[in-house]
Design a protein around this ligand. Sequence first.
Ligand code: PXG
Ligand code: PLP
Length: 445
Amino acid sequence: MSSPLATQPLSQAADLDGFWMPFTANRQFKARPRMLQSAEGLFYTDVQGREILDGTAGLWCCNAGHGRREIAEAVSRQISQMDFAPTFQMGHPLPFELAERLAEIAPAGLNRAFFTNSGSESVDTALKIALAYHRARGEGSRRLLIGRELGYHGVGFGGISVGGIANNRRAYTTLPNVDHLPHTLDLQRNAFTRGLPAHGAEQAEHLERLVTLHGAENIAAVIVEPMSGSAGVILPPVGYLQRLREITRRHGILLIFDEVITGFGRVGAAFAAQRWGVTPDMMTIAKGLTNGAIPMGAVLLDETLQDALMHGPQNQIELFHGYTYSGHPVAAAAALATLDIYQRDGLLTRAAELEDYWQQALHGLAGLPNVIDIRSTGLVGAVHLASRDNAPGTRGYEVFESCFWDGLMVRCTGDIIALSPPLTIERQHVDRIIETLGRAIQRTS
Ligand code: PXG
Ligand code: PLP
């Protein structure tokens, strides 16, 4: 196929067939590519030189905005000094330092870190640690993993098994020993709620039923996103997370918060666990950890989990798990520089300061055609559009595309438009996002 880019300035004029793009309608995209070329602050520039306001912090990851010098310099220094060093039976200082820095901002007790390269790897790692932990304590019958409908936990076999998005599962095979809680999206009772929805905490009681069904002695862990991101910004009803915590604690079940999206300031505190006052046993993180600049993820866990495995002979490996790039020096350098920025610029709490303005602005879209719900917390939001008969997803996609060509990047998941701008955003950019999105919704029948 001849390149659709060949006639465009600044393009690499590459053929587009070779790269099988992830989670993309490849044929549709390649017929009319949206090709980005550079990024600075809150804006991308595409290959045609058009400015595009980043309404999604890349893919929920560039929380400090783009082109941060300090990160680029830290990466460049580290790659020259030592490009790679193994962390299997060998070490280098950066991941130790990073683990300490993460413990400082994490909820009290979660002061151990296992490093990975992505959210998906973090999830599979956390699930494996949960199983290993129970076995080490003589409770090896705890094998069952509980996720939630509409949950997104990445694309590993563990993650899709506990995940609850049908399209991500149906072509594959999933793990046995998995069950799911019901999701908490309830348009009938909660549509257009400002802040956390009032109704739905009782959905957590379903966990008691799963305990009755399977037996607590067979359940290892419950994993949930404190706020579902990928499925379209589904917020936890008031009291819901607290209830999950009470039930899991009572039955000796580990609670894992998947904070890949909610981590690093997105909902107004360093982590959702702190914003909503519930401390899990483990948290999975990625994305904002390096401001998206270098792939890296981690599991942050309560020290008692690690301690449970620190028995047996000293010369014995305690956990048979790890990635070649766990604690990669260049990624760790990027993460340390990122944390410096977040802390120096107060970005971990900035979403709480802008939350009211953001919410007010988003709710200004409430009267537009086909808008059936608006949800927001911190600096994340969703505009939920009614689906067309027999063509779910097409309206959302058209709004997304219309926004892009009008200079705004949003995400669409089905007919839900999701927004998660860099935490460095100012009010005038919020206004611009709302204006452009409003225009796109109005234009889309
Ligand atoms: N858990 C959660 C809660 C996530 O949101 C992952 C795990 C997987 O992380 P990696 O790094 O393996 O992709 C995610 C990732 C979207 C979108 O627009 C969301 C994600 C990834 C890509 C797109 O909804 N979340
Ligand atoms: N496949 C093979 C053949 C390997 O040797 C390795 C690692 O040594 C892996 C997969 C896993 O790669 P990674 O550690 O980057 O996840």
